[in-house]
Design a binder for this molecule. Structure first.
Ligand code: MG
Length: 381
């Protein structure tokens, strides 16, 4: 499909950090997408928590299924707006590669542990994974992705860290925007998690349909479905409601973004970057409804006492691992320890340990915690 003028185009790309020959059959952003899928960090997303810990139930989203749902929504938006679909998909699939085990609880705990050593930001960590930590290619570290893919992965960044990133960090100082594919991926993330957390929340029984009916974005779909199928109940009712919510939000987002693009008339990606505001977004009315639901999920699902118990345990696991390894580096696996000695002066021991912990899956973190704390656990596996 023809790309719009304002879409990212590999012919005008800033390119890769290390020069490579163009792939014979694939586009450059398609190659990025493929590299992400083949990365170790991507496979580990399967065993990382989204909201519910991986072992709490096989039906809940993990970071992997979340990322795939984000990519599905992202591609729909990209195609409707004639943006670069391959690039959008690559950004969506990579956006959570830097996430710690145990979701946001893990990220907060690791950030707390690292506060004297430069902190821990999961967006920056995703970039670190694709730029440095993946060990895949003979010729360069990381995955050597295109500039626009890396720009999209770095959704947020503190000014302190952005300063170290050269051209990629610039937009956090001059208030410029990322390309429309990055904006589409960002919104796809919002829509995906708000909706699948409603689905998982209902499945877990921690929130109810009655509570959700207090919110327009849910109630509108509920009233419509109840009128059409008054007998519908259980899983089919919930799925029907959630898919209609996703659809209404995505349609609103596409319509509203079309209006914005028409208003700003960007002639290329540079016009998008200097537009002064994001051009991909929901209408004010839909954004408000979306925010109301988001606030409810924060107060009643993410802060439900049963979720808080998980958060409490997760923080403990992360902090004990960090304190133990920084206090006694001889407990680290040889491979990790070697990185501290060989990269002395480039990375601190704390950063190498944070990378090690951030890369763990939920179950690996729990097993590692057990191996160094539980005298009855065999430490040879
Ligand atoms: Mg996400």
């Amino acid at each position: 499909m023809a790309l719009a003028r304002y879409a990212a185009n590999e012919k005008h790309s800033v390119g890769r950090l290390y020069r490579e020959l163009a792939p014979p059959f694939r586009g450059e952003y398609q190659r990025d997408r493929d590299r992400i899928i083949h990365s170790s960090a991507f496979r580990r997303l399967e065993y990382k928590t989204q909201v519910f810990v991986n072992h709490e139930g096989d039906m809940f989203r993990t970071r992997l299924t979340h990322s795939i749902e984000v990519a599905q929504i992202g591609r729909t938006i990209a195609r409707a707006l004639s943006l670069n679909e391959d690039l959008t998909e690559a950004i969506c699939l990579a956006h959570d590669l830097g996430h710690t085990p145990f979701g946001h609880a893990g990220q907060d705990a690791l950030n707390q542990c690292m506060r004297e050593f430069g902190g821990f930001e999961h967006n920056l960590q995703s970039l670190r994974v694709v730029d440095q930590l993946e060990e895949k290619y003979a010729a360069f570290p990381g995955l050597n992705l295109m500039f626009e893919t890396r720009e999209g992965i770095l959704k947020h960044c503190s000014r302190k860290n952005a300063r170290k990133l050269g051209a990629l960090g610039k937009r956090f100082f001059n208030a410029s925007r990322p390309g429309l594919e990055a904006q589409a991926a960002d919104m796809a993330d919002e829509v995906a998690y708000n909706n699948h957390d409603v689905d998982d929340g209902l499945r877990s029984g921690l929130i109810t349909v009655e509570q959700l009916n207090e919110f327009a974005v849910f109630r509108e779909q509920y009233d419509f479905v109840a009128r059409l199928w008054p007998e519908l109940s259980g899983r089919r009712l919930i799925h029907e409601l959630v898919r209609r919510m996703i659809n209404s939000q995505v349609c609103d987002l596409i319509d509203n973004s079309k209006l914005k693009i028409r208003e700003f008339k960007p002639q290329g990606i540079e016009d998008v970057r200097s537009a002064g505001e994001n051009l991909i977004g929901m209408s004010a009315e839909m954004a408000k409804k979306h925010q109301q639901l988001k606030r409810f999920l924060r107060s009643d699902l993410y802060n439900h006492y049963q979720v808080n118990r998980m958060t409490h345990k997760a923080k403990k696991v992360i902090c004990v691992l960090f304190d133990t390894f920084t206090g006694n580096q001889s407990l680290l696996p040889d491979e990790v320890r070697r990185k501290i000695t060989s990269e002395a002066g480039i990375e601190t021991a704390e950063r190498v340990i944070a990378d090690y912990i951030a890369g763990m899956t939920d179950r690996y973190a729990i097993a590692e915690y057990d191996r160094i704390n539980n005298p009855h656990t065999n430490t040879f596996y």
